[in-house]
Design a protein around this ligand. Structure first.
Ligand code: ATP
Length: 527
């Protein structure tokens, strides 16, 4: 298990002082409440009642009421501060998690659906930050109450208090026994929830297709399997938490019974005054309440620690963008003895291709041959399994599926050369759509926008995967001319199916076939 310090650093880093302030506030109120309550009880019985002074009785009661009202008001203010702190922590951690997600190795992202990562970066953050604040405060309150109440009952009667100390080892043993299991169960619940969310998101996203092909039976069957798995995990966690709480409470009941018997005996033998007994019982029930809170908090703490470990696990997998071995300046990109694939096995093996700087290469091949997979390696979105890949300069690329964030095109274009952006959007007929969001565009409009963005990015190597698909005939011509214009003097590697009319524009044509890359002409000469 991770250390408390690591857990703390992950969630609270940056807000340590406000968090400690909130803790101190909550702890002080718990201390004052616990210490003043038995004091007021004792004053009422041993000072006012014992002397028959009604004025003192009313005075002590009135002061107590005022003090406790002020403490409750201060507690409310502390709660508001905690809420604001929770919001700040939640925003900071969400940002960190999504940033970490963008830096995960592409293979890892490809293995899971979007829904899975929504669960990991949103739901799990929400389910972690609020409990980190509330559980932290509850733990401190319970500990503070327990310690203050214990000191109070010790001062009043050490014999009775020793009973609580006798059962402490039993409670600690139970906590030790259950902690690791609860941690594991909580991890199981989160993983099953993320898996269900992935399937859930895919099922909801398939709305049109499910209706068209009447696939609701299949979709529901798959979803319900995931739901059952999650509910099983939730049941296991609940069962174990309940078992732990029940066993702990039985142990606590034994102590309660003993104290009642011993307390009764002390009153019978008049070794305790009435005020002391009342004060003792007040403090004693506070201590018992605090122990019960601690017992109830243990499963929550384990769930929390499992969540934090999962968040940290995801962040630990984040890597910086792969840095490619630099190719000589006259070589734009080069695969040597390369093997790679997106599934379990390598789709292409022994790929040898040297693309000289400034040349245009066309890649062709049947569906599923591995063309997009090749493009992904060029963009650094898929690592090689074998061989080497070296590159010189910056790369820009379009590999389907292209999904821009759902923002207006105008915002997505900001930051690029405005004149070039204007020329491209006008040429593609996108000017009237600049205020539309990317997800509101038609397939063809999306392709035009993706081409615009690819060409706007200053790069030395441009990679296109089916750049003309989904475009009407006149637009295909415009798009190809713009590709030639904007990549002029740079290197272009393009994957195209119906390329017969444009083959002449390429310096080299290669075929992907039967797991290999075949060059149709003599290899290009590096200048
Ligand atoms: N996300 C994925 N997970 C596992 N395997 C994948 C994934 N994407 C593609 N593949 C597999 O990799 C192989 C090559 O796919 P790729 O997309 O590179 O083919 P392609 O030549 O671009 O095909 P197309 O012309 O149909 O686009 C296929 O057998 C495919 O099943």
């Amino acid at each position: 298990m991770r250390s408390w310090k690591e857990d703390w650093t992950l969630v609270v880093a940056g807000q340590t002082r406000p968090y400690l302030l909130a803790l101190t506030w909550a702890g002080s109120i718990a201390f004052l409440m616990t210490a003043l309550n038995p004091l007021a009880t004792r004053l009422i019985f041993d000072v006012a009642v014992a002397r028959g002074r009604l004025d003192w009785l009313i005075g002590i009661a009135a002061v107590s009421l005022l003090v406790f009202s002020l403490l409750r008001w201060a507690d409310f203010q502390g709660g508001q501060y905690q809420q604001r702190l929770t919001n700040r922590l939640s925003a900071a951690l969400t940002r960190r998690m999504v940033d970490g997600y963008y830096r995960l190795p592409p293979v890892l992202v490809a293995q899971q659906g979007d829904g899975y990562f929504v669960a990991r970066t949103m739901t799990e953050v929400e389910q972690t930050v609020t409990p980190v604040v509330t559980t932290g405060m509850q733990l401190l309150r319970a500990l503070m109450t327990l310690v203050t109440a214990l000191v109070t009952v010790l001062l009043l009667s050490w014999q009775l208090t020793s009973v609580l100390l006798v059962i402490t080892p039993a409670l600690l043993l139970l906590a030790r026994h259950f902690a690791a299991r609860l941690h594991q169960d909580a991890h199981g619940v989160q993983e099953a929830t993320a898996a269900q969310q992935e399937i859930h998101a895919a099922a909801i996203g398939a709305y049109r297709t499910v209706r068209t092909f009447q696939l609701d039976g299949l979709a529901l069957h798959q979803l319900m399997r995931a739901v059952d798995r999650r509910l099983d995990a939730v049941y296991t966690l609940g069962y174990r938490s309940g078992k732990y709480s029940t066993l702990s409470r039985i142990t606590l009941s034994v102590a309660e019974l003993l104290v009642l018997v011993l307390g009764g005996y002390a009153v019978m033998t008049t070794s305790l005054t009435l005020g002391s007994l009342m004060a003792y019982m007040t403090a004693y029930w506070m201590a018992v309440g605090a122990v019960q809170s601690l017992i109830d908090l243990l499963p929550g703490v384990q769930v929390l620690r499992a969540n934090i470990a999962r968040l940290a696990g995801l962040l630990a997998q984040a890597t910086e963008a792969p840095s490619f071995p630099a190719a000589p300046r006259q070589v734009a990109i080069e695969w040597q003895g390369a093997a790679f694939g997106q599934g379990d096995t390598a789709t292409l093996t022994d790929v040898n291709l040297t693309v000289p700087t400034g040349s245009r290469v066309l890649i062709q091949g049947a569906n599923g041959a591995g063309k997009s997979t090749l493009a992904l390696t060029a963009l650094g979105l898929l690592p090689l399994r074998d061989g080497t890949l070296s590159r010189s300069g910056e790369v820009s690329g379009l590999v389907e599926p292209v999904v821009f964030p759902a923002l207006p095109l105008r915002e997505l274009l900001s930051g690029h050369d405005p004149r070039a952006a204007q020329e491209l959007t006008e040429a593609f007929g996108l000017t009237a759509l600049l205020d539309a969001r990317y997800d509101e565009l038609s397939l063809g409009q999306r392709k035009k926008f993706a081409l615009t963005m690819t060409l706007l990015k200053p790069a030395d190597l441009y990679v296109f995967d089916e750049p003309l698909a989904n475009l009407d005939d006149p637009t295909q011509l415009t798009a190809f001319q713009l590709m030639l214009k904007y990549t002029g003097g740079k290197t272009m590697l393009s994957i195209m199916h119906d390329a017969a009319s444009v083959t002449g524009y390429f310096d080299l044509v290669a075929d992907v076939r039967a797991g290999r890359l075949h060059l149709n002409d003599t290899p290009l000469q590096v200048a």
